[in-house]
Design a protein around this ligand. Sequence first.
Ligand code: PEP
Length: 243
Amino acid sequence: MRQIIAGNWKMNGKFTDIAPYASALSSTPSPAQLIVCPPFPLLPGFAAALKDSGAELGAQDCHANGSGAHTGDVCAALLAESGASYVILGHSERRADHGETNADVAAKVLAALAAGLIPIVCVGESEAERDAGEAEAVVRQQLTHSLPPAFKGLIAYEPIWAIGTGRTPSEADVTAMHAAIRAVLIAQFPETGAATPILYGGSVTPGNAASLLALPEVGGALVGGASLNAADFLAIAASAPVS
Ligand code: PEP
């Protein structure tokens, strides 16, 4: 199975970035499946520009409802119509900035699936939780409560303290956490849990991607800062092992 390298642009990017970025992705073959997750307004432009590239598009959030009085929110069906095939859900920045709970994430997963989007559900512990020896328990709890029985999609393990900090967990800690996540997925989803891709996210760069992507049960990466530069994003993808 090809690894998946997803770029989370967060609240960055301009309309003028679309053409050069899409052109770089279109002209560079990648061993990994690329997914670009720009801010909502850039989705249709990216969809047109990436049409023949093999790269896919994702959004960064969706509302749990299909329509209604939810000022500022966007429903999953409109994201799909805008060109997204994936949607990031439960990112720690949304959990922190918008108070999203595991139950909120589970409701959004159902909305995404109903609209035909593939959810990328983020989990990860804070630094205090890791220091207290609670990292695996926290992540297990997030998985149990953020994934509804109908879940199909991807998981991204993103330790909060590694996001945007230039710090990454040790290889042993990534391996242990991904094994723990795999065990939960198999227990919770006996039919699909063994094959659900588990991405690692948190300060992935062209310099550390090869060693992180080679670890057991790492099925790819969710990349923030380094995804804004097409050359760096492609260099990370080029590090993905081919199996
Ligand atoms: C992210 O926020 O999803 C992320 C992984 O960010 P960064 O790569 O910048 O740490």
